[in-house]
Design a protein around this ligand. Structure first.
Ligand code: MG
Length: 200
């Protein structure tokens, strides 16, 4: 197994579209950045790249590169996912925490979870989305995201699936044998309800 951690922050800027976790928000301010400023996807991207120790989001997508101006951060995430697969790993689960004053994440947390799971091609049950307000930090104009990811080696997960398939097959075989034995063995003779000889 491997663990990865990612962190990112972006400042709010009025009049910019807001996108968090690949979901567009109707909000008067968005997150400023060279790309679409998706703080959550950036933190997850870094966690994935960090887990397989291949660098960080900046080394793959330099902020000065005009190709990434206003880029959809889902592209960064896909690259990180490919790096994970190329290293021979798959995601077991991820967990995240957003720290921001506004907008409230609670009402859309489920939507974020489903979108992030879809982008990572994993079950929504393997994606944690949590949010806190920056109490006492004096950073209401900033959005912060933390992400941790756990990876498992593809070989190991393949072996586990193979073992589960064998176990299932064995159970099936046992059922078949039990059925055959039942069919082959003579049924116990039924005793008549009463002895007709006695009546006559
Ligand atoms: Mg960023």
């Amino acid at each position: 197994m491997k663990i990865g951690f990612g962190w990112d922050s972006h400042a709010f800027k009025p009049g910019v579209p807001l996108k968090i976790g690949g979901v567009a928000f109707d909000h008067p301010a968005g997150l400023a950045g060279h790309s679409d400023g998706d703080v959550l996807l950036h933190a997850i991207t870094d966690a994935l790249l960090g887990a397989v120790a291949v660098g960080d989001i900046g080394s793959f997508f330099p902020p000065g590169d005009p190709r990434w101006k206003d880029a959809d951060s889902a592209v960064f995430l896909q690259t990180a996912l490919e790096e994970v697969h190329n290293a021979g790993y798959r995601i077991a689960n991820i967990d995240t925490t957003l720290v921001l004053a506004e907008p409230k994440i609670g009402p859309v947390a489920e939507k974020l979870r489903e979108r992030v799971a879809e982008l990572l091609k994993i079950d929504p049950g393997c994606v944690g989305i949590k949010a806190k307000t920056p109490e006492g930090l004096n950073q209401d104009d900033v959005a912060v995201a933390h992400a941790v990811v756990l990876l498992v080696k593809l070989e190991d997960s393949d072996n586990l699936e193979r073992m589960a398939a064998v176990a299932e097959q064995e159970t099936h075989m046992e059922d078949v044998v039990r059925k055959l034995v039942r069919q082959a063995s003579p049924k116990p003779a039924r005793k008549p309800a009463f002895n007709t000889d006695d009546i006559t």
